[in-house]
Structure formats: structure tokens, C-alpha cells
Design a protein around this ligand. Structure first.
Ligand SMILES: NC(=O)c1ccc[n+]([C@@H]2O[C@H](COP(=O)([O-])OP(=O)(O)OC[C@H]3O[C@@H](n4cnc5c(N)ncnc54)[C@H](O)[C@@H]3O)[C@@H](O)[C@H]2O)c1
Length: 396
């Protein structure tokens, strides 16, 4: 069970995430076994990791020798994986990063148990499925844990470490320590839909679309306000177009359903129509913006008052999510702030930001929205109200 530098790491699924995770593990000094069910997938992963190492050498971040050593530590399964997963039999930790399909993942976990030793740790990189539902497929389910990396895994520091109620605490602590040794930024999250980041970030998209629908402002103006005044790296519409509206809509929908139709996470028809229209964003040439040749980017309305109103409304909703996540113990305040700054590059942790603005002021914004709309999605978290009542601040 102890995970150390000698632990052989298995990665199942050699797509965008699996190849990145294999690279991270090899760069941290582990030997890695990488396999995939599709013909040619590990060959593509090898080429990708090779190119990534070439870039490291070109940028003088690594010597050619060191890069070659990293490359030599990955053992690729050239033949597509079938039912037999014995290639992973000596692994002390296997990270599953196959398609987001519960039945496929469950079947892998079941078969893995037949292949690996009794105390090997089994991790999943799932973004939206419950770790508990995957653990339930296993005999020795106490060794199952979520290790949620962000894309691209070699670049993004955050890893959400997600134990389920039956995880052995030692598995969680050793996985956490291992992520630190891999120079990642681990945070501990409870097994709840979207974990930390994909839950708390919902209003960044949802409230922006809502303002667009209400014609508070257009796409370019909302993006300008969030980047220029709010300090976010990308505006919500630019970001959705970059992620892909189909992908973003699917995540929103899955979080909404997993929370038993909580109105705060309700998907929007505007986004659904874009998906139906095939306006998926950058990858399809059209989304909220038009990326076709010769089409000019619309100019924002740079009116400061309007911009501040936009930032306040989205920020109020984001902070409310972060506070509520503390309220129901999704993670610690420190981990929540760390997750949003290192997982999605927020300019500040939302709870520290709330302190800075003043909790009373944030509560005022939310109360005003709630009063005006009468919708549940705007209700302030009870913790925010309590903290204002008791004159408390976060991290004190
Ligand atoms: N892409 C992201 O931004 C991101 C971020 C965090 C987590 N994730 C999660 O990581 C996982 C993988 O996502 P991805 O983006 O790398 O997908 P991907 O489509 O790039 O790769 C998935 C790979 O799994 C392989 N596969 C499918 N069934 C298999 C099986 N039975 N056995 C072995 N391999 C199989 C496919 O051939 C493919 O190569 C998903 O659970 C996803 O939710 C994705």
C-alpha cells in the first residue's frame, strides 16, 4: 500500500488525460505502464510525450539525457488492451483515465482487481462520476480513490484527491503525499458532484449566460468586464467557446442532474440551442463568437458602471458557491481557494476575495438579486448569513 518513488504506476486510457498523467508520473521518476483499448492510442501517446520532452529540452528545462530517461521509463502496451489486464499486475497504483462511462470504468475496476496485488491502490480520473459508485464495483473497495487531474495534466498543478466514505484513510494520505512528490498541488475534496472546481465554477458560465439572456450586456461586454475589471484570464464566453459548448453543456447538465435538479446549476436553453446548432465554439468555427475568416470581433461597451455590475453579479454567485461548499464540507476553505487559483487560474481565491470585498457587501448583492428575482438560485448560503451576523471572516 505505501506509495513511494519505487511504485510502478499503471495508467489505463492513453487519451488526452492518460498520456499527460503517464508523462507526469515518469517525469517524477516512476516507471509507468500505459495501455489503451483502441488501436494506435498508445502510439499517439508516445509521440505526444516525446514531443513534450523535446520542448522541455528546447527550452533548456531539461537535458536531453534526462528527457530520454523520462521517455524510457514509460512501458507502452502496443496491442490494444482486451479483457486481460495482467500487464498491470506489478503496479502499486493504477490510474484509470478512460472515457467518461460508468459501465466501462466499473468493468475495468473489476478486471483490475483480478490482476493486481491485494494492496494496490486503484484511482480514477473521472470528472463527473461518483467515486463511490466505482468503488462499489470492487471487492476491496477501501483502496479506491479519485485523483482528478486537470487538462493538460503536465501543466496544470491541481489534483483533487477524492476519497469516498469507505476509503482507507491511509490510501488518501499516501495518494495526497504522492501528488506532492509529483510537484502537484493536491487538495482534498469530498465525493460530491463536480468535486471542488467543477461545482464552484458553474456560475462563471451560468450567470454570464443569464445576463446575456436578460440583455444586461452582450457577449463581448461581459467578457471585457470579467477580464479587464474582474482580472479573470478569459471571459466566460471566450472560455466556453474554448472548452467547447457541447463539453461545457454536458458538464453543467451532469452536475445539475447529480444534485437532484438544484436550481443554482440549471443549464441554459441558450447553450443548448448553440449545441443543437453545431455552434460548439472555436473547434467548429462558431460559438458565442464567430471565428470564421474575415469576421471581426465585436467591440465591448466599456462603460465602467455596467462592467462593475456584471463583475459583482458573477462574483457574488461564485463566492456564494464557495461559501456553500465550506458550509456542507466539500473541502476546507484553504483547499477551496487553492483549487480555484491553481485549477482554473482564478485571480484570487474566492473566500479571500470575499473577505476583501466584505462578507456583508457580498450578502447584500445576493439578497438584492434574490429579492428582485425571487428565484432559489440566488439564495445566499446560510453560512454567509451566519458569518455576517457573527462578524466573522474566512481564515480567522
Ligand atoms: N479532458 C479533460 O479536460 C479532462 C479533465 C479531467 C478529467 N477528465 C476525465 O479523464 C477521463 C479521460 O478523458 P480524456 O479527455 O483523456 O478522454 P480521451 O477521449 O482523450 O481518452 C480516453 C481514452 O480511453 C480509451 N478507452 C476507452 N475505453 C477503454 C477501455 N475499456 N480500456 C482502455 N482504454 C479505453 C480510449 O480509446 C481513449 O484513448 C474521463 O473520465 C474524463 O472525464 C478529462
Amino acid at each position: 500500500m505505501p506509495l513511494d518513488n519505487e511504485t510502478l504506476i499503471g495508467v489505463i486510457g492513453a487519451g488526452a488525460m492518460g498520456s499527460g498523467i503517464a508523462q507526469v508520473a515518469a517525469a517524477a521518476g516512476h516507471r509507468v505502464v500505459l495501455g489503451d483499448a483502441a488501436q494506435g492510442a498508445t502510439q499517439r501517446a508516445q509521440a505526444k510525450i516525446g514531443k513534450a520532452m523535446d520542448r522541455e529540452v528546447a527550452k533548456a528545462r531539461m537535458s536531453r539525457n534526462a528527457a530520454d530517461e523520462v521517455l524510457s521509463r514509460v512501458e507502452y502496451q502496443w496491442e490494444p488492451l482486451g479483457d486481460d489486464l495482467s500487464a498491470f499486475r506489478h503496479c502499486g497504483l493504477v490510474i484509470e483515465a478512460v472515457v467518461e462511462d460508468i459501465e466501462i470504468k466499473r468493468s475495468i475496476f473489476r478486471r483490475l482487481e483480478g490482476a493486481v496485488s491485494g494492496d494496490a491502490v486503484l484511482a480514477t480520473n473521472t470528472s463527473s462520476l461518483s467515486i463511490t459508485s466505482l468503488a462499489a464495483a470492487c471487492q476491496r473497495s477501501d483502496r479506491v480513490i479519485g485523483l482528478h487531474f486537470f487538462n493538460p495534466a503536465p501543466v496544470m498543478p491541481l489534483v483533487e484527491v477524492v476519497p469516498w466514505v469507505g476509503s482507507d484513510p491511509l490510501v488518501a494520505s499516501s495518494a495526497y503525499a504522492l501528488m506532492q512528490r509529483w510537484r502537484k498541488t493536491p487538495v482534498l475534496a469530498s465525493d460530491t458532484p463536480g468535486f471542488i472546481v467543477n461545482r464552484i465554477a458553474r456560475p462563471y458560465y451560468g450567470e454570464a449566460i443569464r445576463m446575456l439572456e436578460e440583455r444586461v450586456a452582450d457577449v463581448a461586454t461581459i467578457d471585457w468586464a470579467m477580464t479587464e475589471l474582474g482580472g479573470f484570464r478569459m471571459g466566460p464566453f471566450e472560455l466556453m467557446d474554448f472548452i467547447g459548448n457541447d463539453v461545457n453543456f454536458a458538464v453543467t447538465r451532469s452536475v445539475f442532474e447529480a444534485f437532484f435538479y438544484e436550481p443554482r446549476y440549471r443549464p441554459s436553453l441558450t447553450q443548448q440551442r448553440l449545441v443543437e446548432a453545431g455552434f460548439l465554439g472555436k473547434k467548429s468555427g462558431r460559438g458565442y463568437y464567430d471565428y470564421r475568416e474575415g469576421v471581426a470581433r465585436p467591440e465591448p461597451n466599456r462603460e465602467r458602471n455596467l462592467g462593475s455590475l456584471i463583475v459583482e453579479r458573477i462574483l457574488a454567485m461564485l463566492i456564494n458557491e464557495a461559501v456553500d461548499a465550506v458550509f456542507i464540507n466539500v473541502a476546507s476553505p484553504a483547499d477551496i481557494d487553492l483549487a480555484m487559483t491553481s485549477g482554473v487560474n482564478y485571480p484570487k481565491g474566492l473566500l479571500a476575495w470575499a473577505n476583501e470585498i466584505g462578507l456583508e457587501r457580498v450578502l447584500g448583492w445576493l439578497d438584492r438579486l434574490h429579492g428582485e428575482y425571487g428565484e432559489d438560485r440566488y439564495r445566499p448560503s446560510p453560512l454567509l448569513r451566519r458569518m455576517v451576523r457573527d462578524g466573522r471572516r474566512f481564515f480567522e
